[in-house]
Design a binder for this molecule. Structure first.
Ligand SMILES: [Zn+2]
Length: 628
């Protein structure tokens, strides 16, 4: 990295001892001074990195990839990681220079550590080029070296006390946190409580990346989800529910606030701000215990503001994990070291290879959520669960059954193989949902609980030549399951055929709980689709979807429509209208062509429908979309 200043500094002839006549920068540090300076820089770097992370998210509203990789215990792990790395490197330097004191002049040592500190900080700037990072870090290190060299004696007098105080504080916080985390928790009475009275509990289940037509209750060819089929028979199933966006963050933001994505701040690297209240806030205000348990830790986390209103939100990889490797990789420098080829080779030799792609399984989510629930007694609760088991890569846990992935099936097409694995993930997920519901029932909770099962978006398997999600607004990515089940508040065995939007789930929940509809939830209660007689039904809420992430479409999906700029779609009057980023329009008939393979936009007799839907979209979004 910083080759030239090293050479130029090392080349200059250094006195072998701290003679008074030498310039302060050329004086060598004693071994103990070298260690103390290293430790001091470790403490300083840890606190600066932690402060920088918090300031970026809390003050500037900026979330980076690094922020999302942070462990739950980051507030002490990040400082401790830096402290360990700097102290160990100081020890190594002590050994290496024990007999060559001229190599550890104040100037060299200050520069070395100041460079590492500066790199730790500037490498957090997402838009900065790697070369610019190094140049900027060298510049900052030079300034710091000059500053400290001028005040060398003062610094060396203060550094030991500051280093001991800082290190002690970090270790004390770590100790208290680990102790309180490991303490056995009182799980409360295990007897079933009298729960049929009082406001209903709410269990909101998001099956991340699950397309509706892959599920048994939606007529999937394979019986992937018998537990969901049973649940659907006990309540209301929406046949044509659509998500507001084809990727996680905006659709969850919509689900929680009852607003369209374009009204919300949430976007890649930008958290949901507090402009609109959330469902969790509304329920917490009414005395509910609110807990969120998230397996999609990357896009559905507290850093993105989705925890607002939850008094308990678990969104980190194996968040209780405290291991030396976890501590080390909690700082930017630590991640650099741990993921280096050398470190990986050492780790491999010392133990089993470490897989950093942690994945929270449905089993883990259930375990954490049920543990949280145990001490809530008769307090009504709102439990939000985001299951990530069906997201790419489609890998059910080792112990899970492989019903559809056949040994020797390599001869099949990639899309078929992916589909088999996807369906196996569904089998596992469904079995875990079955377990969760059985446990809630045995605790006497289910008889007064509103269960909502939905998804944040679907997944493409080659439709329109596309795979994955977040790349288009076709049905494969937007058609999501939606079921609402309560023993007395939803009519069993009801199927609703009207197209509905994920946006209307929050107002529906408040309506079904008899808590009224929060004025800030712009949508309408979906109860209007089944409670009124057919003639009185007045449910003509718009079903809008949107994707605006042209710069973040995965490179492998070359022809993704989302790459051409912000696109929107609206579903109404039995048709779906799509307005692409380049202005091109598409029109599909929902009933005759559910697969959306026959674009009607150019047909003369479709122009009237096109015109109506164009106007409706303009009304909903409040802007002239067609440049007229
Ligand atoms: Zn998702």
């Amino acid at each position: 990295m910083a080759a030239w200043p090293w050479k130029s500094l090392a080349r200059s002839r250094q006195p072998t001892d701290g003679g008074d006549s030498a310039a302060p920068g050329k004086l060598s540090l004693s071994l103990s001074e070298l260690f103390v300076v290293g430790t001091w820089f470790g403490v300083a770097t840890g606190l600066l990195e932690l402060g920088g992370t918090l300031a970026a998210v809390k003050l500037m509203g900026r979330v980076t990839y690094d922020t999302l990789r942070t462990n739950w215990h980051y507030f002490w792990m990040t400082p401790l990681s830096n402290l360990v790395l700097f102290s160990v490197s100081a020890l190594v330097l002590c050994v290496a220079t024990a007999r060559i004191p001229r190599l550890r002049t104040g100037r060299v040592v200050f520069f070395l550590y100041a460079y590492l500190t500066a790199w730790s900080l500037v490498s957090a700037i997402p838009t900065l080029h790697k070369t610019a990072e190094v140049v900027l870090a060298i510049g900052l290190a030079c300034v710091t070296t000059k500053f400290l060299t001028k005040r060398r004696s003062t610094f060396l007098r203060i550094a030991p006390r500051a280093a001991i105080l800082g290190a002690g504080l970090i270790l004390a916080i770590a100790g208290v946190d680990v102790y309180s985390t490991n303490r056995p928790v009182d799980r409360g009475p295990s007897v079933a409580s009298v729960a049929a009275v009082g406001p209903p509990n709410v269990v909101l289940i998001v099956l991340d990346t699950v397309r509706a037509d892959s599920l048994t209750p939606y007529g999937a060819e394979r019986d992937t989800t018998p537990n969901l089929a049973r649940l659907a028979r006990e309540g209301v199933l929406f046949k044509h529910a659509r998500s507001t966006a084809p990727w996680t963050l905006p659709s969850h933001a919509s689900l929680f606030t009852g607003r369209w994505p374009f009204e919300l701040s949430a976007d890649v690297g930008r958290p949901l701000d507090s402009a609109f209240p959330t469902l969790a806030e509304q329920l917490a205000d009414r005395g509910y215990a609110t807990g969120g348990f998230v397996a999609n830790t990357q896009n559905c986390n507290a850093w993105y503001g989705l925890d607002r209103g939850f008094d308990h939100y678990e969104d980190f990889y194996e968040n209780a994990t405290v291991t030396p490797i976890e501590v080390l990789r909690s700082s930017r420098l630590g991640r650099y070291v741990v993921t280096s080829k050398l470190a990986q080779a050492v780790i491999k030799r010392a133990a089993a290879p470490v897989d950093f792609r942690y994945r929270k399984t449905a089993g883990m989510i259930n375990r954490d959520a049920l543990a949280w629930l145990s001490d809530k007694g008769d307090q009504p609760f709102f439990m939000f669960l985001n299951y990530f088991d069906v997201h790419d890569p489609y890998q059910p846990p080792k112990e899970a059954e492989r019903r559809f992935t056949k040994a020797g099936g390599e001869a099949q097409s990639a899309a078929n193989l992916a589909r088999d694995a996807y369906d196996d993930c569904l089998v596992y997920l469904d079995s875990q949902i079955g377990r969760l519901l059985a446990e809630l029932e045995s605790r006497g909770k289910l008889q007064n609980t509103l269960v909502i099962v939905t998804s944040d978006h679907g997944e493409g398997f080659g439709e329109h030549g596309l795979a994955g999600h977040g790349v288009s607004l076709y049905r494969s990515e937007l058609h999501i399951p939606l079921m609402l089940v309560h023993p007395t508040r939803t009519p069993a065995g009801t199927v609703v055929s009207e197209p509905v939007s994920l946006r209307d789930v929050a107002p529906t929940i408040l309506d079904l709980l008899d808590l009224g509809t929060a004025p800030t939830f712009a949508g309408k209660s979906l109860a209007n689709t089944w409670s009124a007689s057919a003639a009185d039904r007045d449910f003509s809420e718009p079903v809008l979807s949107e994707v605006d992430r042209a710069d973040h479409v995965p490179a492998e999906v070359e022809d993704a429509p989302a790459r051409r700029g912000r696109m929107r779609s609206i579903t109404a009057n039995g048709r779906t209208y799509i307005l692409n980023g380049d202005g091109r329009e598409e029109l599909y008939d929902l009933h005759d062509d559910p697969e959306e393979s026959n674009d009607l936009a150019d047909l003369a007799d479709a122009q009237e429908h096109l015109h109506q839907l164009r106007e409706l979209m303009e009304q909903v979004t409040g802007v002239q979309e067609n440049g007229e």
